[in-house]
Write a protein that binds this ligand. Structure first.
Ligand code: EPU
Length: 431
């Protein structure tokens, strides 16, 4: 069982380089299934969600070759349409993307209902609505989602809910469908645009990605590509939060500052300085922050994936802050852990009220999901004394070498492997 041990209080300094975007690459790798030739994908992060996605591709028969640490060549020509079982699908949400891409290539797909972070109810009705509109029959049987179509024909699809996953799946299923598909109320997140750009570089005809309306004109074939994944906006935002919380001055490189604007604006509002360059941002923490109001929204609003990390910063801002989570039902599970460190937070439904305290104190805490783990790291770096963060496998799903990057900035963080007490025969007998 691995944990992070963090001695808080060290000022961060220097530079950190952000890796490729998790939520883009977990769509782009399955998208290569639609290609009739090998594809080279660059700037892939070394995180466990990528390892699992590549493993699934390999098990289905694709040829995977790492050209260097961040570049993979995928030859999907020998890939067979095998089902993705529960053991794999439970590990991550993005296994749903195999539905759209397998349907697009083979006109059939069999994928177990997905897992991923437990953030409350995460239905897939909009994904299925989209597949049906394109002509697929959808059936859920024994926990498997089964899709089948004689042919896929473009259609007009209006999403009742703004969904990243359904938009990406809709694009992938429509790319080789006959005629024109129009997706309305589409998600506008940078990773949706990145997926569309990647598919266009393979010969797809997608316009409007990044706006509410995406038009996809079906093509018969897609060719190979060499495509570089965008930098991870949430990893960058997490380092921005870490610099703010520790009152430090750091340069965060390999970012697209435009993607960070919702985060930058909130940091500026509470009293953090942010300088923007072409592909970097410098964050300069201040001595006194003031509380603020945050409401998570689809892009270009404040991202739900930064809500926990930003709340960690606000635990020591002067006065009260109000944080409203409007995307997921259950994204405050980290609050109990922050309370263990002395934070003063009350939660009522989807609203958290944070009363700033002078300083957090180190404590043993547990990551409850990926961004919750990131928030605990931010809190622990700024706290007085030592924290131990358990269940860090959540963090490793989405952050490449987090502790190495933080150590490079001067943080006192170590990753320690210790035996799981529950697997100890004496403890096992007692419980
Ligand atoms: N929703 C529906 N029906 C659907 C799909 C979604 O009601 O068919 C609802 C969800 O319950 C939620 C809202 O729509 O209330 C938005 O969900 P969305 O589909 O946009 O989320 P997702 O595709 O499951 C992706 C990211 C999440 C990120 C959200 C929101 C990936 C692999 N995951 O999830 O990332 O929080 O979009 O931006 O791209 C993370 O990285 O920590 C993470 C959880």
């Amino acid at each position: 069982m691995e944990k992070y041990v963090i001695r808080g209080g060290a000022k961060l300094s220097g530079e950190v380089v952000v890796s490729g975007a998790k939520n883009a690459v977990v769509a782009i790798i399955p998208a290569t299934i639609l290609s009739d030739e090998p594809c080279v994908i660059e700037n892939i992060p070394n995180i466990s969600d990528v390892t699992i996605t590549l493993q699934i591709m390999q098990e289905m028969g694709a040829k995977i070759r790492m050209l260097n640490k961040t570049t993979v060549e995928i030859d999907p020509r020998s890939l067979m349409n095998m089902s993705i079982p529960y053991e794999k699908a439970k590990l991550m949400r993005a296994t749903t993307y195999f539905l759209g891409t397998l349907l697009g290539r083979f006109h059939s797909a069999h994928v177990s209902m997905p897992g991923g972070c437990n953030l409350g109810d995460r239905p897939i009705d909009q994904h299925l609505k989209c597949f049906s509109a394109l002509g697929a029959q959808c059936e859920i049987d024994g926990g498997m989602i089964n899709l089948r179509a004689d042919k896929l024909v473009g259609n007009q699809i209006f999403f009742d809910k703004n969904s990243v996953g359904a938009t990406i799946n809709g694009i992938m299923a429509a790319v080789k469908a006959e005629g024109l598909t129009v997706i309305e109320n589409a998600a506008k997140e940078p990773h949706v645009v990145d997926l569309a750009n990647c598919l266009n570089s393979m010969g797809a005809d997608i316009i409007g990605a990044g706006t509410d309306v995406i038009k996809i004109r079906g093509v018969r074939e897609l060719h190979g590509t060499t495509y570089s994944v965008i930098p991870d906006q949430i990893e960058a935002g997490t380092f921005m939060a870490a610099a703010a919380a520790t009152r430090s001055n750091i340069l965060i490189r390999n970012v697209i500052p435009k993607h960070l604007e919702p985060i930058t604006n909130k940091l500026l509002k509470i009293g953090v300085q942010v300088e923007q360059y072409d592909d970097a941002v410098r964050v300069i923490g201040g001595d006194n922050y003031v509380g603020t109001t945050i409401k998570t929204q689809p892009h270009p609003g404040f991202p739900t994936d930064m809500q926990p990390q930003m709340s960690a910063v606000l635990t020591c801002a002067k006065g009260a802050s109000m944080v409203t989570e409007s995307i997921f039902d259950n994204r405050f599970r980290y609050v109990d852990e922050l309370r263990r460190m002395g934070a003063n937070i009350s939660v009522e439904g989807r609203v958290a009220v944070i009363e700033g305290v002078e300083r957090l104190k180190g404590a043993p805490v547990k990551s409850t999901d990926l961004r919750a783990g990131a928030a605990l790291i931010v809190a622990a770096l700024s706290a007085e004394g030592t924290s131990e963060i358990y269940d860090i496998f959540h963090v490793e799903r989405g952050y490449e070498n987090m502790e190495i990057k933080l150590r490079g900035l001067g943080a006192d963080i170590r990753k320690i492997n210790e035996p799981d007490p529950v697997s100890d025969p004496v403890v096992k007998k007692a419980i």
